[in-house]
Design a protein around this ligand. Structure first.
Ligand code: COA
Ligand code: AMP
Length: 635
């Protein structure tokens, strides 16, 4: 099929407002918009100003009423416990209504924030939808973050209530969530009055009388009482959720997502970009704590009337490298979306792809990869072994949906390995030099997006318009800075090469090395430190810390290194995958005192590097090289 992409993109370019107004016809509105786009509202304008809607209604109620009541809406597949459960649209709605009723009885209403700190259980999605039903604003915190990260988020979004669980399950390890939850509440300045806690059979927890409610009991009571909670009308521009993502400091950025534009964009992408039709099964193998989980485990598939898979497990080790193929075959998945790291893990354990042949994958159509750079070797392997198109696409927490893609629904364009495709409607992607001038095609530069951003992209940061302006809009006036460096080639394909800030990508997880440095510097024996991301065969990148100890410290350096590792795990969480610390005598710096992190990273990754002209003392780079070699790194 000849791709309709050029015609559709041109249609958007000709009249963006007409384009999104047409896309918005797929959504049920309580009140239509006054203006498709109001350029005067918000920081750079707002979409569907004046409209009223409810996201939960569009994700559940209208499907139940429209003939999908008995269709599976959500399939929970827990490879780690060997259990599962399928919820039809009617059953999912019933659970959501019951939890919404619990929340309402506990004072949660429109605009109130609710933090969801949960493992990959269906109740996490139910909690998100229950908030949406009430017009409350959820903020999901990934389970791999430690108590302090949770406390930071509690203080920033000031939740009325927290929904959590007794434990999470990692291969070979049960993580007690309750001590983390209690610890975070203790640490936070904002007072949390109420928690709803799901007791899991693998590890229960003590509930604090007067503060904690048992999830199952509370929901069962509402169901027995025949609770009904109607969907609350919210403005299209009201926030649906706040999702924190790494910034350049330890203070995460609260990315705000609205209701109306988000629905319009996600619904459009399901059909046109992912090529998935209502009633089909879509699986995003991510976590609800990340944006991929928000957009493509929960909201987009349900808005589009598809069946979504919520998977608790890992691509390898739960129990083997064939798990993904089992899930696809067992549940009739037509499209899988995951991070390349998952495929590197599978390929590492099963290079010949021997598990693939054991399952019937005849219904499987497309593999979508995003979250980090997809290396061509992994793409080639996946394509050869699975025999389906493998589509790399690029986006960010901030955009909530793809910026560039190879749109399967509009008809695939020729695939260029190494490129996450072409700009999607809504995105006018430009590449600028540091002075803000557009560079010729094929030249590396700062990838920016011409304002306004499309429906569904962040309108601002939570309670921080000025930080939003400074972080994203100030450097290149008229554009949103993606903080990715890349190239647009002569055919209009994008190539995303690296971040221009200190964000690193570890197993598809976005982490701030600046945030890690803040923690490392807290160690009493550390005088100075630097954290860089170094190449890793499976995770893409892993952090590596360099510490200079205070003068006079006579303790064993190895012991201190271990303490620093433990400190980062304790403060940020295991997800940081911070396991390597090297003690060095001094850090390489420019004459003006800037640490030469880029050069250190090139040495560690065995890339070509040039002696920076401004370096204070070139001998220090020799010392760094030696320290890396002693650990078997950079050789
Ligand atoms: N709760 C608690 N701890 C968690 C956690 C959670 N929800 N998720 C991860 N962790 C822990 C892990 O147990 C691990 O701990 P360890 O240091 O004790 O081993 C650490 O955090 C790092 O986790 P992870 O980066 O997931 O590494 P891994 O070695 O356990 O697994 C992969 C590696 C590639 C298999 C895994 O990252 C994966 O499946 N990735 C898929 C891609 C993905 O989900 N991307 C998200 C965006 S699309
Ligand atoms: P996150 O906000 O966690 O989704 O991370 C977004 C960042 O991940 C982007 O700014 C990129 O640096 C990186 N990223 C996501 N998808 C891709 C991709 N397909 N290719 C290259 N980098 C990607």
């Amino acid at each position: 099929m000849v791709s309709q992409y050029p015609a559709v993109y041109a249609q958007w370019q000709r009249n963006p407002e007409a384009f999104w107004a047409k896309a918005a016809e797929a959504i049920d509105w309580i009140k239509p918009w006054d203006r498709v786009f109001d350029p005067e509202a918000g920081v750079y304008g707002r979409w569907f100003a004046g409209a009223e809607c409810n996201t939960c209604f569009n994700a559940l109620d209208r499907h139940v009423a429209g003939g999908r009541a008995d269709q599976p809406a959500l399939i929970y597949d827990s490879a780690i416990t060997g259990t599962g459960r399928t919820y039809t649209y009617a059953e999912l709605k019933r659970e959501v209504v019951a939890l919404a009723s619990v929340l309402r009885h506990n004072g949660v209403g429109k605009g109130d924030r609710v933090i969801i700190y949960m493992p990959m259980v269906p109740e996490a999605a139910i909690a998100m939808l229950a908030c949406a039903r009430l017009g409350a604003v959820h903020s999901v915190v990934f389970g791999g973050f430690a108590a302090r990260e949770l406390a930071t988020r509690i203080d920033d979004c000031a939740p009325k209530l927290i929904i959590s669980a007794s434990c999470g399950l990692e291969p070979g390890r049960t993580i007690a969530y309750k001590p983390l939850l209690d610890g975070a509440i203790e640490m936070a300045h904002h007072r949390v009055e109420r928690c709803v806690v799901l007791q899991r059979p693998q590890l229960g927890c003590e509930l604090i009388p007067g503060r904690d409610l048992d999830y199952a009991d509370a929901v069962a009571r509402e169901i027995a009482a025949g609770a009904n909670v109607d969907c609350v009308a919210v403005a299209a521009t009201d926030p649906l959720y706040v999702l924190y993502t790494s910034g350049t400091t330890g203070q995460p950025k609260g990315v705000v997502r609205d209701n109306g534009g988000h629905m319009v964009m996600l619904h459009w992408t399901m059909a046109n970009e992912y090529g998935v039709r209502p009633g089909e099964v879509f699986w995003a193998a991510s976590d609800v704590g990340w944006v991929v989980g928000h957009s493509y485990i929960v909201y987009a598939p349900l808005l589009a009337g598809c069946t979504t898979v919520l998977f608790e497990g890992k691509p390898i080790g739960t129990p083997d490298a064939g798990t993904f193929w089992r899930v696809i075959a067992e549940h009739g998945v037509v499209a899988l979306f995951t991070a390349p790291t998952a495929f590197r893990a599978i390929k590492g354990q099963d290079p010949s792809g021997s598990f693939i042949g054991k399952y019937d994958l005849s219904g499987f159509r497309t593999l979508f990869l995003a979250g980090e750079r997809a290396d061509p070797a992994t793409l080639d392997w996946a394509e050869a072994k699975l025999g389906v198109p493998v589509v790399d696409h690029w986006w960010q927490t901030e955009t909530g949906a793809p910026i560039s893609h190879n749109p399967a629904g509009l008809g695939l364009l020729p695939v260029k390995h190494g490129s996450p495709g072409v700009p999607m409607p809504g995105y006018d992607v430009r590449v600028l030099d540091d002075a803000g001038h557009e560079v010729p095609r094929g030249t590396l530069g700062n990838v920016v997006l011409k304002l306004p951003l499309p429906p569904g992209a962040l309108p601002t940061l939570w309670n921080a318009d000025e930080r939003f302006r400074q972080a994203y809009l100030a450097e290149f006036p008229g554009y949103y800075k993606t903080a990715d460096a890349g190239i647009v080639d002569n055919d209009g394909y994008l190539f995303i090469m690296a971040r221009t800030d200190d964000i690193i990508n570890v197993a598809g997880h976005r982490l701030s090395t600046g945030g890690m440095e803040e923690v490392v510097a807290e160690h009493p024996d550390v005088a100075e430190c630097a954290v860089i991301g170094i190449a890793d065969a499976m995770k893409g990148q892993v952090p590596c810390g360099f510490v200079v100890l205070n003068a006079g410290v006579s303790r064993d350096g190895h012991e201190i290194e271990q303490e620093v590792v433990a400190l980062v795990r304790d403060r940020i969480g295991p997800v940081a995958a911070f396991k390597t610390v090297l003690t060095i005598k001094r850090l390489p710096k420019t004459r003006s005192g800037k640490i030469l992190r880029g050069t250190m990273q090139k040495i560690a990754d065995r890339e070509e590097w040039k002696m920076p002209a401004t370096i204070d003392d070139p001998a220090i780079l020799e010392e760094i090289t030696l320290a890396l070699h002693e650990r078997g790194l950079g050789v």
